[in-house]
Ligand binder design. Structure first.
Ligand code: EPU
Length: 338
């Protein structure tokens, strides 16, 4: 345990705030012992992994617990499939690259997503037509109140768009120790997303002979062209979720905004592109002091260095109000505000 730790290195927004107490957890056993000993009735607890989905608006006056559980093991495998159990503190992109090297397919569309493995089920990370819920079989976690080990099957995780039980009914109740993924050795490629197809063509890749490395490379190029690298410019990926609206609202909006991108959902309704809505309200590329809205992707708020979390939060509030006034749609933040 350390006291008064600067959290700048522990959040991809690069916000400078201090934690009163800071603990590092290196194994599931470590976690069990820790939660048996400590109780958090008297102070606040914040579990962090890669810090890629957080906006700190003030110093944290409680205990930050940093998940550093490493290790990847093959639980079982046959000719076609492999089950991999991965420590929650492993870096997500390094894990994806490891799978690509081993020839395990399924995660290639999720290349270069910032953060750690433990956060992937929390918010059901997704990109380019794939969500991690399609590949997770189990999540192992420690229940904080009694330090019991609990295993969640895929349905028990209650996955939804950028959501799971760990963000909703069981928020702050579990410390995720490992995630198990089912990957395939004979890949089914998901290249339905237009940008991937065009990038593969641009890289002179024949769709008939495409492999998982080609797809990962294409995704990396697309992400690098649109999204700022948190090592260079502080950010937390998409700041807002893409809003889901009902059919009537969609029909009304479509009349006045003919070029509005929208994805029809299988269960009814439409998902809109929050980035497009924000761009249309004029915020794209907006800069104030040392923070702003990214110039290439309006869904991403950025800290050019030295901004406070409150400044960024205030900007997000103004963006939200503009979208509400122009389109009558209330955006929801994807990032956790602390
Ligand atoms: N668009 C604009 N202006 C912008 C940004 C986007 O008009 O400034 C339009 C695009 O032209 C496109 C549509 O909006 O027609 C969708 O844009 P994009 O393909 O860039 O994806 P997104 O909906 O903005 C989502 C995820 C990303 C994920 C990408 C790719 C959410 C909240 N975000 O973004 O995930 O990488 O799709 O699949 O669902 C994240 O969650 O942090 C994240 C980066």
């Amino acid at each position: 345990m350390k006291n008064n730790i600067n959290l700048k290195e522990y959040n991809t927004f690069g916000i400078e705030v201090f934690a009163k107490e800071f603990y590092s957890i290196n194994s599931a056993l470590d976690a069990k012992t820790f939660f048996l000993q400590e109780n958090f009735n008297d102070r606040e607890l914040l579990i962090i992994g890669g810090g890629s989905n957080l906006l700190f608006t003030e110093d944290f006056n409680g205990a930050v617990v940093h998940n550093e559980i490493k290790g990847t093991s093959v639980e079982s495998e046959n000719e076609n499939e492999v089950l991999l159990k991965v420590g929650a503190g492993e870096n997500w992109h390094e894990f994806v690259l490891h799978c690509i090297n081993e020839g395990y397919a399924g995660l290639e569309n999720l290349s270069l997503i910032p953060g750690n493995v433990g956060a992937s089920p929390m918010q059901n990370i997704g990109a380019y037509g794939v969500e991690v819920k399609d590949l997770i079989t189990e999540v192992e976690a420690i229940r904080i109140r009694d330090a019991e080990i609990v295993t969640f099957s895929n349905p028990e995780c209650e996955f939804d768009y950028r959501s799971s039980i760990f963000k909703t009914t069981c928020k702050n109740e579990y410390f995720i120790t490992s995630v198990t993924f089912k990957l395939t050795k004979s890949p089914v490629f998901n290249i339905s997303y237009g940008a991937i197809k065009s990038q593969l063509e641009h890289n002179n890749i024949d769709i008939q002979t495409v492999n998982i490395k080609d797809i990962s490379d294409a995704v990396i190029t697309i992400r690098q062209s649109k999204l700022p690298d948190p090592k260079e410019i502080g950010n937390s990926g998409s700041f807002f979720k893409n809003p889901i609206i009902d059919n009537d609202t969609f029909e009304k909006l479509k009349k006045t905004h003919k070029d509005m991108p929208a994805y029809k959902l299988p269960k009814g309704g439409y998902k809109l592109a929050a980035g497009w809505l924000i761009e249309k309200t004029g915020w794209k590329g907006y800069t104030e002091g040392n923070y702003g809205v990214h110039e290439k992707q309006a869904l991403v708020l950025v800290n050019y260095g030295g901004a406070t979390g409150l400044e960024i939060y205030d900007l997000s509030e103004r963006v939200l109000l503009s979208v509400e006034n122009k389109f009558g749609i209330t955006l929801e933040r994807e990032v956790n505000i602390i």
